[in-house]
Design a protein. Sequence first.
Length: 247
Amino acid sequence: MSLFAVLDPAVRLAHDAVSALAQAVPTALAVVLFTVAVRLALHPLARAAARGEKARLRLAPRVAELQRTHKGRPEKLRAALAELYRAERTSPLAGILPMLVQIPFFSVMYRLFTTPNDLLGHTLAGVPLGLHVGDAHGPAQLVVFAGLYAALAAVGYAGFRRARRAAAGGSPAPSAGSAPAGAPVRVPGGALLPYLSFGTVLFAAFVPLAAGLYLLTTTAWTAAERAWLHRETPGGAAPVRPVATTA
């Protein structure tokens, strides 16, 4: 039995919801609308994840400073970090748990649009939603897939540019240590991370058209959501409150 079989009850509920939408609109549009509805319901979790990510980035210079101060003294480091996170009312896991909670929802959506069912028998511009690009016949069907991949590439390029700007800016270095104050902290392998934005295009080539529509909708939502939640605010990030450390 597949590991994802435990999701089947939720998949059936999702199938019924998309089928109900498909009574009023084309099935391809129902896939898009249902994906948007799910992402809208998950938006509070995305906001919590964004707050946690901002907190980690804001505290990263101070964490690095504490790691240098207490190098070789793990107990004092743990105590200092605990005090820092307590003073800032956050935790090292802030933002991670909200992202983990979303995984089952995305798994249900993925299984719905990749497992054979009656929804995949409907068409988009004459192309069955259950069709893979390798099984496409004729230029008309290939054009539909090409349009899907072009749209995914456009969304990926937007994510690529944003990731490149983030990698170039880095996080400001703390005043102590070998790096000059305010210098960006480079992440190992960070130069390659922006290119992962195009991974969705490659992945879409191995799933049915319906799953490709889901990927396009959810990645476009993610790009817009991240741009909104991580937009620059006047005055920059809030300052880190000083925390006393013990030598």
